[in-house]
Design a protein around this ligand. Sequence first.
Ligand code: BDR
Ligand code: CA
Length: 323
Amino acid sequence: AHKVILDTDPGTDDVIALLLLLASPEVQLEAITGLTGNTDVDHAYNNVLKTYEVVRQHCNAHPEDAHRFEHLNGRPQTILSKGAAGPIAGEQALAEYFHGKDGLSNIMETHPEFSFPQPFEHPWLKETDVAAHDVILDILRREPAKSVTLLAVGPLTNVAKAYGKDPETLARVRRIVIMGGTFDAPGNTTAVAEFNIYADPYAAHQLFSGSSALPLLVVPLDITSQHTVSFSALILDDPKTLLQTFVSAILARPRRVLAALGYSGDVFEMHDPLAAYMVTMHAAQESDVLLPGFRTTWRDFVIERAGEHTRGMFVVDKRYALA
Ligand code: BDR
Ligand code: CA
């Protein structure tokens, strides 16, 4: 299986992405590094624990479905580190209005059964106090060069800290797949900025400034907002399994918020799940060819850090036609 580090701020779509990765035998999650983004870092961390616990309970309660996660048994435990509590610089921005204060539609108010035991011991997960950026660097130092993919689906704080501390080691990564930013589509946090980049534009700037040395693949809003799933397929009136109940519960708030904002279609945009899907597709193939079946383009851009109206914007140089 292909080794992946997931850097995440769960967050409702982050959880869907994590579930997809857990159900993908071609991916081996070496570590999950959390951070403040959609919600604060403590909630983000707890939401990873919660998701793992729900999957374990789901497998116990529904043996007929346990085969989906069977490959996780006997694998090395996934390291879980808490990560950055706020951006490298600038004011903190959360997305609680969308995901709920807890990041998951305040699930404990409606479903107190989705708690996790304390102290938490899980066959698939190993908590660590090592800082997130050191967890990332330790793995990249230990594993053969170009063998580990880093999938970043939150603000880029942890990744930028890893880059700042040891750029040569970070460059050993096979690819850094980043859900974030927007090139031509409207922003989703301001008119011009996507949330993950808006939340820590200094981190994004630092990382993208080193882009010549780093194999970065950006999965922007231009693509992710085109990939939607109907809420009625995700939120079931009569859920039959624990996972169905969990997913239905965590998506309740985004559905309400989008409807109140006047979005039509009653659909959920698959931002983080799409980036995770690209990683699973890439993991399934042996060669390092850039994602056959996906169209990729090179773009030359810088990140606005503190503009009056443009914090977090990708300022794309459109003067040159790039292949
Ligand atoms: C991104 O922002 C977050 O709210 C989502 O989890 C996703 O990572 C989309 O702009
Ligand atoms: Ca996210």
